[in-house]
Design a protein around this ligand. Structure first.
Ligand code: X90
Length: 276
């Protein structure tokens, strides 16, 4: 039985230890320039390129064919996509799964709509890998991941929402305030998988304190934490320290956002996925 895990590139993952994994890239577009969010993308160069670009920029999700070919020849494919509340990515994955199972009736695919992205998606993928290593069946994996997804959340602290606003994914009035005089927005992925800006705070230190309070309010008690940042390692490290001051043995990992998350979270932004 050949198992495989797939996720789109908003999970910020290139590979997973000991499990067959494929990342399906989204694309960031600036005029005729298109940046494919795969392992070879130079994210720093992309951000610098975008800074100098005056025209409209945007993103595109993978096609049905992109997902289909990521499934390879696996007997059992499991995975997750960025929220259907903000992207067509999940729909493409769903259609690809349907086609794959029609072409190969003995094979099975389950792609979860994460209603989230970034480090929460990462937690889901890590959990899939655990299930596969533990020898779970397809049905067991599907049932277990759906319960697990109810116990994970995504919070963010962002310095700018320009790209969200440009692409019609957030109210422009909210976007206008953020970015003024060091105002950051702290919020979460809503239950519908949309951006829920909850607090506006001035300064990074306050933003991190707010984030931690919010985590605890949502039920965090020292479970796994995954932090991803857009070139703000300092904030990510400070945040990890803040968590460890209350939960010294907390399993925390920090990573750099890949292209898609860097584009939307914008420089300085940090994303926090955690278990309750
Ligand atoms: O289909 C496409 O073109 C992709 C659109 C993706 C839009 C959302 C990207 C979010 C990236 C930013 C902060 C966290 C927001 C959480 C909301 C669920 C990460």
């Amino acid at each position: 039985m050949k198992f495989k895990i797939v996720a789109d590139s908003s999970a910020n993952l290139d590979c997973i230890n000991g499990v067959d994994f494929t990342s399906v890239p989204l694309t960031i577009q600036a005029g005729s320039n298109s940046y494919v969010d795969d392992a070879s993308l130079d994210v720093r160069a992309m951000l610098d390129g975008l800074k100098n670009y005056e025209g409209k920029t945007g993103t595109a999700c993978p096609s049905v064919g992109n997902w289909y070919s990521a499934f390879g020849d696996a007997d059992i494919v499991v995975g997750a996509s960025i929220t259907s509340g903000l992207s067509g990515c999940f729909n493409a994955a769903r259609l690809a799964a349907k086609e794959y199972m029609k072409d190969h009736p003995e094979r099975k695919v389950f792609i979860l709509d994460s209603l989230s992205t970034g480090p929460e998606l990462q937690l889901l993928i890590e959990k899939y890998a655990e299930y596969i290593k533990a020898g779970f069946s397809f049905d067991q994996i599907r049932g277990s991941i759906m319960s697990y997804a109810k116990k994970t959340h995504l919070l963010f602290s962002l310095e700018r929402l320009e790209n969200f606003a440009k692409n019609g994914r957030v109210n422009p009035a909210v976007a206008k305030v953020v970015g003024l005089l060091g105002i950051r927005v702290v919020g979460r992925a809503s239950d519908e998988g949309t951006l829920e800006p909850t607090f506006k705070v001035r300064g990074e230190r306050k933003a991190l304190t707010k984030l931690f309070d919010y985590m605890k309010e949502l039920g965090f008690q020292g479970g796994k934490v995954r932090i991803s940042h857009s070139y703000n390692e300092n904030a990510a490290n400070n945040f990890a320290e803040l968590i460890r001051s209350t939960f010294p043995n907390c399993d925390i990992q920090i990573r750099l956002n890949r292209g898609l998350c860097c584009y939307y979270a914008e420089e300085g932004g940090i994303l926090v996925g955690f278990e309750i």
